[in-house]
Design a binder for this molecule. Structure first.
Ligand SMILES: [Zn+2]
Length: 323
């Protein structure tokens, strides 16, 4: 596909998108913004006129923030003068920010910038930042779902565990909602799964394990009784008794990987403000999984990777949606 080649070329050209490139777009000619966004498939390269079915023209319009608009003007029979925003169906639709500002915001999300810093940098309200971060997390989740495969397989090791999130603060007379999260990580890979569970019964935990972990996988867990049916479900199951050791002295079985992961997730949630996390718990878990899967060594390429994710979830429209 030529668009993929174009992507690569555009990514190379811009030196992997540092902030200075994006600020260059913000302060430069609007045509450059349009060209860049088209090249990256962030906005449509053409738009079909709903009245005459011909391709509309991209017209300059200095009173518009974007500087350009799709336009079709016909005289005589079937006379019409129709305009459409270049943002239709795109990541930028419905935003009052300029397209470079949205890109800068997106970059700052990928780079885990604090809300306060973004408020200050883009001169927007905190509510705007929270909304956009929430949209970004939807992109993360979409990318995970599309890219997901089951963990493990014969000869592979997956550590599973449950962890309690949230605290009860009786002394303040408030009951904070507690959530159990069940999750697993595959050793030697970046694959993981995490989900909020209503209870920790065998029925619940085994069903989720079967959904995310290949049969035949070596599964390591603590001695929680709900894990007992794993063997009959076709897993090679080992346990470590946490009330005695954190590493079984005989088998060497430990679940340090998943234990460490809980600490990392909780630290990330704390840094984002637990109050905010509470309402969109699943989506924050999604963001964590995305960063785990795509981040790490390739942090530099993370922003282009995220932009590609955006173009899948937000397919720019090339014509009006059917009524
Ligand atoms: Zn037309």
């Amino acid at each position: 596909m030529s668009s993929r080649v174009d992507h690569r070329a555009a990514e190379m050209q811009t030196g992997l998108f540092d902030l200075s490139f994006l600020y260059g777009l913000k302060n430069g000619p609007k045509r450059d913004v349009i060209d860049f966004c088209m090249k990256m498939d962030l906005i449509a390269k053409e738009y079909v006129c709903p009245a005459c079915n011909e391709k509309m023209e991209l017209s300059e319009c200095s009173t518009l923030e974007d500087g350009f608009i799709w336009c079709c003007r016909k005289y005589g029979q079937n006379a019409h003068h129709i305009k459409r925003s270049v943002r239709k169906g795109s990541w930028f639709e419905c935003s009052h920010l300029s397209m470079p500002e949205v890109l800068i915001f997106t970059y700052l999300f990928v780079k885990k910038t604090s809300n306060e810093w973004i408020v200050d940098e883009l001169i927007v309200s905190e509510l705007t930042v929270l909304d956009w971060k929430s949209f970004c997390r939807e992109v993360c989740i979409d990318m995970i779902i599309r890219g997901s495969k089951k963990l493990g397989g014969v000869g592979h090791v997956v550590e599973i565990d449950e962890s309690k999130f949230g605290k009860r603060k009786y002394h303040k007379g408030k009951r904070v909602e507690l959530k159990w999260v069940f999750g697993g990580i595959e050793r030697g890979s970046k694959e993981s799964f995490f989900c909020v569970v209503e209870d920790r019964t065998a029925e619940t935990l085994i069903e989720i394990t079967k959904k995310y972990v290949e049969p035949g996988t070596t599964v390591l867990s603590d001695c929680w009784k709900s894990y007992r049916p794993l063997t009959e479900e076709g897993y090679v199951h080992y346990t470590v008794n946490h009330s005695v050791n954190f590493k079984d002295p005989i088998t060497g079985v430990h679940t340090n990987g998943i234990e460490g992961t809980w600490s990392a997730i909780k630290a990330q949630f704390r840094s984002q403000g637990t109050k905010k996390v509470k309402d969109e718990f699943d989506s924050y878990l999604g963001e964590y999984m995305w960063r785990r899967l795509y981040g790490g060594a390739t942090l530099k390429g993370l922003f282009p990777c995220f932009l590609r994710g955006i173009t899948v979830l937000y397919k720019p429209q090339t014509r009006d949606s059917p009524k």
